[in-house]
Design a protein around this ligand. Structure first.
Ligand SMILES: [Zn+2]
Length: 510
């Protein structure tokens, strides 16, 4: 066969394969469930004004967690104030659902379903917020719960008191309609998520574990509804970013020892502790963990390709699982800005460098770098140790200390499973009224409270907050930043989402 004919046959085959693939995508068949279509529903909120007011007042409680691991002292008054406000605002929920306070401040509600053979669903949020710095520079005071310009302002407006209030409004609406769930619902609102959830979510998970509760799946905070899509890949659709996995967390100290002495007589042979450490860090930066595309990011790319109107992007991403495109794409993505690059490799960050002794005229005999690894799903437990072993110089006097907190990445929740299907349907029916929305799975690079419940739900966890945000307009920077706020309409849509989500997830009468 001439090379021209081989090319022709090969090209024809490629076209046929891609035609089948694209048709599968367009069918919305099992290949890509994020394309299934559902008609938007008209869900009326009976007391929209009251709902907004209750939420805005909830932002006035200064339930701040500080990163030293303890809540600030005046915080407990704020938590009891918030609890009183919730009790007063949602009397039907507090009378019809069972409430337990865990570690005093975390709230665990149970709405028993009629069929106890069905595994319960757990929805998580958290009551605490990060501190608000530069309070006077905010447009509205961060704990005012002000309403201005169509927005509700304050710490927790986005992260994440909004989902507590939206869920409680939704449960109230369903109770008012006489809805009776088939499946049991748990709502768990932790009090220390911003500092790791060690006293809140972990203790709630212990309570459920002791009772032998096995969950169908968990819905936690996570990606928002990006109304401006994912530039430059998706421009003409909104994107519901649903986290199907989160990365792991491992920290280590690497310490080099060298000769100390007076700073007026520095050695010139490179044996100083600081010199050795700086050589190691430079070497580490030149040999970062290998970039590779693993399932959550693979599905992210496939979903983006399926949703993109750009034919080149669609064509390329539809084939992103194939060789040699997959490794080439991994290399390309690893060179992109932070969040894209972090999706394709186990990252390692230098979070601090210390020397000992520290004085202006002394050569330190000890130099230590604090490293923080964020593991990709599927990474093996001792990855960081083995990675460092390959980099550390053989004969150096060096010590590696692994920190106690050692979390592997979560399991990956399949986009073909029922949990994803339910969230996707609720998104399409409630958030796609005046826009086309693509549901896109992704890998969370940070951590959420849901990590504490992994064994209770067999890793079936989705991380999504049904809150409209515009990345181009800077909405994501407000989270943990200044001028946190949410549009009043976005809050009402979040309530609609949960109403529909609870109907779908819990079954029972509509
Ligand atoms: Zn949060």
């Amino acid at each position: 066969m001439s090379s021209f004919r081989i090319l022709l046959v090969g090209g024809g085959l490629l076209c046929a394969i891609s035609a089948i693939y694209v048709r599968n995508l367009q069918d919305g068949s099992a290949v890509f469930p994020t394309l299934r279509h559902f008609q938007p529903r008209d869900i009326r909120i009976r007391d929209a004004e009251g709902a907004i007011r209750r939420f805005a007042e909830g932002l006035q409680f200064k339930t701040v967690s500080r990163s030293n691991g303890s809540n600030e002292t005046e915080g407990w008054d704020a938590f009891s104030g918030l609890h009183a406000h919730l009790t007063h605002s949602y009397p039907v929920v507090f009378s019809k659902l069972r409430l337990e306070k865990v570690s005093e401040w975390s709230l665990l509600f149970k709405w028993p379903g009629r069929d106890s053979s069905l595994k319960p669903v757990l929805c998580i949020s958290h009551q605490d917020v990060v501190p608000a710095t530069s309070e006077s520079a905010w447009t509205q005071h961060p704990f005012s719960g002000a309403r201005a310009g169509g927005y509700i302002w304050g710490r927790g407006a986005q992260d994440v008191k909004i989902t507590i209030f939206a869920m409680l409004e939704a449960v109230t609406a369903l109770l008012d309609q006489g809805f009776q769930p088939e499946r049991t619902l748990y709502l768990a609102f932790g009090h220390d998520e911003e500092v790791g959830g060690g006293h809140g979510a972990r203790a709630v998970a212990d309570v459920l574990r002791k009772r032998g509760v096995q969950l169908a799946f968990v819905l936690d905070e996570g990606g928002p509804l990006l109304v401006d899509g994912l530039q430059p890949f998706i421009r003409d659709k909104a994107v519901a970013l649903v986290g199907t996995a989160e990365k792991g967390y491992v920290s280590m100290d690497v310490s080099f020892r060298g000769k100390g002495g007076h700073s007026s007589l520095p050695p010139v042979d490179g044996t100083q502790a600081v010199t050795q450490l700086s050589r190691f860090l430079t070497d580490m930066h030149a040999h970062l963990p290998i970039a590779r595309i693993v399932p959550p990011t693979l599905e992210f790319l496939q979903a983006v390709g399926a949703a993109s109107s750009n034919p080149v992007i669609s064509f390329v991403l539809a084939r992103c699982a194939s060789w040699p495109l997959k490794p080439l794409l991994a290399l390309f993505l690893a060179r992109q800005p932070g969040e894209v690059a972090a999706g394709v490799r186990t990252t390692v960050a230098v979070t601090g460098v210390t020397t000992h002794p520290a004085a202006g005229n002394v050569l330190p005999s000890l130099a230590t770098a604090q490293l923080n690894f964020r593991y990709l799903p599927g990474e093996v437990g001792d990855f960081a140790e083995r990675y460092l072993q390959n980099l550390l110089p053989r004969h150096a006097d060096v010590e590696v200390k692994v920190h106690e907190r050692h979390e592997m990445a979560s399991a990956v929740t399949p986009v073909t499973g029922s949990a994803f299907a339910i969230v996707h349907q609720a998104v399409q029916e409630t958030l796609a009224k005046d826009r086309v929305v693509a549901t896109v799975p992704f890998l969370l690079t940070g951590g959420t409270d849901s990590k504490h419940y992994q064994d209770l739900c067999g890793g079936q966890t989705l991380r999504f907050m049904p809150v409209a945000m515009n990345r181009t307009a800077g909405d994501l920077k407000r989270i943990h930043g200044m001028d946190e706020r949410v549009a009043e309409g976005a809050f009402l849509d979040a309530i609609r989402f949960y109403i529909r989500f609870f109907q779908l997830a819990l079954g029972g009468d509509e």
